[in-house]
Design a protein around this ligand. Structure first.
Ligand code: ADP
Ligand code: ADP
Ligand code: MG
Length: 498
């Protein structure tokens, strides 16, 4: 039997592959798990071994902690990396791993519990001297209590699911008259998504920015931060573009937030990678919003500007090694931006639009990074998150990073499904984002995207080029001098309106 340690990755898609890359670099063996929808998926193909969990629904596959543990024991894996989503913030699962003698790559169960329920986290943070968004520290009993607290802190307010995540279970309320319906809606959504009706109330910060701090801690009490990420570009309260460092944030505030984040992590004896999310108001007052006790979707931008590998560090820490860096050794260099490419219909309220990836060709080039989990011909399943890929660009300056991202998005070829590339380009090209400052309202300021008028000649040309690339023998008849098929492709994606 080989002595190389073995890691089971309890996730799918891009994050499963991201974690497996780190395992391979550390000479660790990898075990994938999969549902029937993913039997041919790239993460299964990428791993050394793979174990079936069950039918496609997450409740019967990726959320079945018992089956995941069984798979680890059966394959002789010593470690379980949960990725994000699914079981990553599930303290009960962490305890079950401990009981089975498996090392969960992440924080201890107690830290997960304290930070996992937002009301509890707010209490813990207040005790640790961390500024939190004004509002209730206890779950709301009923609408009457919501009205009472709202009148105290003043409208507008946010109703939020205590167990929330992924932007779900959040309601903005401007007026007392709207509170009862909003309360009912928030509870309903909380039950539907998180099986937990608990909601609480926060003051809605006006024109807020979402700025978060990456932290990393070992089991010996060492903790550092890896600076900030700005995640204010959101639709439906979920991030779509993230950057590091946050633009237009003073270094004074950035450093103060870093220190507070380390303080927050230490308050719960945190281990591994975690993120403290803050809201920042226009005067740069900042307030703790929540802690995500896991690797974050947007961790690549931090890796790009700090020159670190957060997953490698997680795996080292899980093996009992001390932190690789002191705070003084961590610095930000240049600027990085990440775009989340989603299978969604922007015009229909960002409705997820799963389906087949007939054409899928991500761009490459200097300063670009792709995190993805699909190949051309794969199907984006309606059972799971509709994110297709993450495209990140690094450059010495923010201006250059934006230009690099815009150029790369132009060259990103996806067809077969609706996607949000044109929308991402619209954000990158708008003055509020490009020049700034911008806040979480930036997406709502943009005019609705309009389909470009179809040019039949060019559409035929483009179709011919694609057919040729997909094996058709017929050479596309390229006109002597006109827009190239590529320029057309970019335009067909609704780009180049800048
Ligand atoms: P991040 O917090 O890493 O920036 P998201 O909020 O988009 O990114 O969440 C990443 C993924 O994890 C999404 O698929 C989201 O639905 C899922 N997720 C996040 N929090 C929870 C939660 N509390 N319960 C279930 N799924 C969650
Ligand atoms: P999730 O767990 O779903 O990520 P968060 O508590 O992190 O939920 O909030 C998600 C987003 O909702 C924030 O990034 C922000 O845009 C918005 N938001 C949440 N709370 C407030 C608030 N009190 N005031 C203004 N915006 C808020
Ligand atoms: Mg959040």
């Amino acid at each position: 039997m080989s002595m190389r340690p073995k890691v089971l990755i309890a996730n799918r898609g891009e994050i499963a592959i991201r974690v497996m890359r780190a395992c391979r670099e550390l000479n660790m063996r990898t075990v994938a798990v999969y549902s029937d929808a993913d039997a041919q998926a790239r993460h299964v193909w990428f791993a050394d071994e793979a174990v079936r969990l069950g039918p496609p629904p997450t409740a019967e596959s990726y959320l079945r902690g018992d089956k995941v543990i069984e798979a680890a024991l059966q394959t002789g894996a010593q470690f379980i990396h949960p990725g994000y989503g699914f079981l990553s913030e599930n303290a009960e699962f962490r305890r079950a791993c401990d009981a089975a003698g498996l090392t969960f790559v992440g924080p201890g169960a107690h830290a997960m519990e304290q930070m996992g329920i937002k009301t509890l986290a707010r209490q813990v943070m207040v005790k640790a001297g961390v500024p939190v968004v004004p509002g209730s520290l206890e779950p709301l009993r009923d609408v009457a209590e919501a009205v009472e607290i709202a009148n105290e802190i003043g409208f507008p307010v946010m109703l939020k699911a205590a167990a929330g995540g992924g932007g779900r279970g959040i309601r903005l309320v401007h007026d007392a008259a709207d509170l009862p319906a909003a309360f009912e809606g928030a509870v309903r959504e909380a039950v539907a998504y998180f099986k937990d009706p608990t909601v609480y109330i926060e003051k809605a910060i006006i024109r807020p920015r979402h700025v978060e701090i990456q932290v990393m801690a070992d089991r010996y009490g060492n903790a550092v931060h890896l600076f900030d990420r700005e995640c204010s570009v959101q639709r439906r309260n979920q991030k779509i573009i993230e950057e590091s460092p946050a633009a237009h944030l003073s270094d004074k505030t950035r450093l103060a937030m870093g220190q507070v984040a380390v303080q927050a992590a230490k308050a719960v004896n945190y281990e591994s990678a975690g993120t403290i999310e803050f809201l920042v108001d226009p005067q740069e007052h900042f307030y703790f919003m929540e802690m995500n006790t896991r690797l974050q979707v947007e961790h690549p931008v931090t890796e790009l500007v700090t020159g670190t590998d957060l997953v490698v560090e997680q795996l080292r820490i899980a093996q009992g090694l001390p932190l690789s860096w002191t705070q003084e050794q961590i610095a930000q260099r240049g600027h990085a931006i990440e775009c989340r490419i989603y299978a969604e219909d922007v015009a229909r309220g960002f409705l997820p639009s799963p389906g087949p990836l007939h054409v899928y060709r991500p761009p490459t080039g200097p300063g670009l990074r792709i995190d993805d989990g699909f190949c051309e011909g794969d199907v984006i399943s309606n059972h799971y998150d509709s994110m297709i890929a993450k495209l990140s660009a690094w450059a010495p300056t923010r201006e250059h990073a934006i230009a690099r991202m815009q150029s790369a998005l132009d060259l990103f070829e996806i067809s077969g499904i609706s996607h949000n590339i044109a929308h991402l380009q619209q954000v990158l090209g708008c003055a509020e984002f490009a020049v700034g400052p911008y806040d979480t309202g930036v997406v709502k300021t943009l005019p609705p995207l309009e389909a470009l008028p179809e040019d039949p000649e060019l559409a035929a040309l483009y179709a011919a080029v694609l057919a040729h690339r997909h094996g058709s023998k017929a050479q596309p008849a390229l006109p002597a001098s006109t827009e190239s098929a590529w320029a057309y492709h970019a335009r067909a994606q609704g780009l180049r309106n800048r």
